[in-house]
Design a protein around this ligand. Structure first.
Ligand SMILES: NC(=O)c1ccc[n+]([C@@H]2O[C@H](COP(=O)([O-])OP(=O)(O)OC[C@H]3O[C@@H](n4cnc5c(N)ncnc54)[C@H](OP(=O)(O)O)[C@@H]3O)[C@@H](O)[C@H]2O)c1
Length: 352
C-alpha cells in the first residue's frame, strides 16, 4: 500500500478521498489542515488513522509515502517546497502555483531532491483524454487546425472566498482557464502568440477572460473561463480531416465524438470531377449514400468510469512511485511549466 498524507481537507480533498476506494494500492494514512477540527472531521469521515496538528508534523511523519496538497492556490508553492524539502514526493492540486517563476522553483527543488512531483491536472488522466491524445497523435483528424474550449459556471459571490479574493490568487484564469490551457498545451504544444481580454470585478480578480492562441503549425485556439455563468463547457478540436467534440464537461470527460469532413473538389474541374458525373457512378453514389452518411456522422466514443474521476491521477502517482519515476510521462513538469508561462503571458497582456 502507498500511504498518502493529505494537506488540506476541503472540497476537492473530500472528492479525491472518496475515490481512494477505487485504487487498490493507495490508502490515506494522515491528514492536516489549517484547523485541527476540520482535519479531525475528515479523518472520521474517511477512517484516516492519523491527524496532525500542523504542516510540520505531517511532513515529519515517516509513515507517509506521498503528500497530496489540496490547499488554496496561493499556498501551493510554499507547501510543495516544504514537502519536497522534507523528502516527500508530492502531488499538488491545479494550478500548480500562481506563476511560472514559483513553478520553476518547485520543479527545481523536486529535481534536486530526485523526488516525484506532479500537478494534479486530473483531466489528463481520464481514459477519454488518453484516447483522444493517441488518436490525434496518430493523425485521425489530419493536421490540427483549431481548438475551442471554455469552462464556466455561476459562482457564489463571496468576496472572501478563494474564487474572488485576490490575496488567495482568486480569478477565473487560475481556477478554470487553466484546464483549457492545459488541454491546448497537451494537444497542440506551446503557443507562439497569445491575444486576450479579461473582465475584472469589484474585488480586482479576473471574473472572466477570453484568449486566442496561435501555435507554430498555424493552428488557433479560442479559450474562455468565467466565474459568472454557465458556458458550454465543451471542447471542439478541428483538424483537416474532421472534428472531435468532447462533450460537457470537457475537463471531466466520459464521451466524445468524431465527425469526418473533407473539402469537396469544385464542380467541373479535372478528370476526377468528370468521372464523378458519369451516370453509372452517380447511381453508385446514391446507393452508397447511407453508408457515406454514417461515415460522415462519425464515431462516438464512451469511456464511463465510477466515482468522481480522481482515481486515474491517484493511480498514476502510485504507478510512478512504484516504478521509481520522478515525473509522470502523462503530466510532465515541463508541460506544467509551459502552462504557467502561458498564464504569465495572458496576465501581462491584461496589465497594458
Ligand atoms: N482538480 C479538481 O477537480 C479541483 C476541484 C476543486 C478545487 N481544486 C483545487 O484544489 C485547491 C483547493 O480547493 P478547495 O475548493 O478544496 O478549497 P477549500 O474547500 O477552501 O479547502 C482548502 C483546504 O486547505 C486548508 N488550508 C487553508 N489554508 C491552510 C494553511 N495555511 N495550512 C494548511 N491548510 C490550509 C483548509 O483548511 P481548513 O479546512 O482548516 O479551513 C481546507 O481544508 C485549489 O487550488 C483548487 O484549484 C481542484
Amino acid at each position: 500500500m502507498i500511504r498518502w498524507g493529505f494537506l488540506g481537507c476541503g472540497l476537492v480533498a473530500h472528492d479525491v478521498a472518496e475515490d481512494f476506494a477505487l485504487v487498490g494500492e493507495a490508502t490515506i494514512h494522515a491528514v492536516a489542515a489549517r484547523r485541527i477540527e476540520s482535519a479531525r472531521a475528515f479523518s472520521q469521515r474517511f477512517g484516516v488513522p492519523v491527524v496532525h496538528d500542523s504542516l510540520d508534523a505531517l511532513l515529519a511523519d515517516p509513515d507517509i509515502d506521498i503528500v497530496y496538497i489540496a490547499t488554496p492556490h496561493h499556498l501551493h508553492r510554499d507547501h510543495c517546497l516544504a514537502a519536497l524539502r522534507a523528502g516527500k514526493p508530492t502531488l499538488c492540486e491545479k494550478p500548480f502555483t500562481t506563476d511560472a517563476a514559483s513553478a520553476a522553483e518547485v520543479i527545481d527543488a523536486a529535481r534536486e531532491q530526485g523526488l516525484f512531483c506532479m500537478e494534479a491536472m486530473w483531466t489528463r488522466f481520464f481514459p477519454a483524454i488518453r484516447r483522444i491524445k493517441a488518436l490525434t497523435d496518430a493523425g485521425e483528424l489530419g493536421e490540427l487546425q483549431w481548438l475551442s474550449a471554455d469552462f464556466g459556471y455561476p459562482t457564489w459571490r463571496d468576496p472572501a472566498s478563494r474564487f474572488f479574493d485576490p490575496s488567495q490568487a482568486g480569478g477565473a484564469l487560475l481556477d478554470r482557464g487553466v484546464y483549457a490551457l492545459s488541454l491546448a498545451q497537451h494537444l497542440l504544444g506551446e503557443p507562439e502568440a497569445i491575444a486576450t481580454l479579461a473582465t475584472h470585478g469589484e474585488t480586482g480578480v479576473d471574473e472572466q477572460s477570453a484568449c486566442l492562441l496561435r501555435f507554430p503549425n498555424g493552428a488557433l485556439a479560442q479559450l474562455g473561463a468565467t466565474l459568472n455563468g454557465l458556458t458550454g463547457n465543451t471542447a471542439i478540436l478541428t483538424g483537416t480531416k474532421g472534428r472531435l467534440q468532447i462533450l460537457e464537461p470537457f475537463y471531466r470527460p466520459e464521451r466524445f465524438a468524431i465527425e469526418y469532413a473533407s473539402a469537396a473538389e469544385p464542380a467541373g474541374r479535372g478528370g476526377g470531377s468528370r468521372l464523378a458525373r458519369h451516370p453509372a457512378l452517380k447511381k453508385l453514389r446514391r446507393r452508397l449514400a447511407p453508408v457515406l452518411k454514417a461515415r460522415l456522422r462519425g464515431q462516438r466514443y464512451t469511456h464511463r468510469w465510477p466515482g468522481n474521476g480522481y482515481q486515474f491521477e491517484i493511480a498514476e502517482a502510485c504507478r510512478c512511485l512504484r516504478e521509481g519515476l520522478t515525473e509522470s510521462p502523462v503530466m510532465p513538469l515541463a508541460d506544467t511549466l509551459a502552462v504557467m508561462r502561458m498564464i504569465d503571458t495572458i496576465r501581462s497582456h491584461w496589465e497594458h
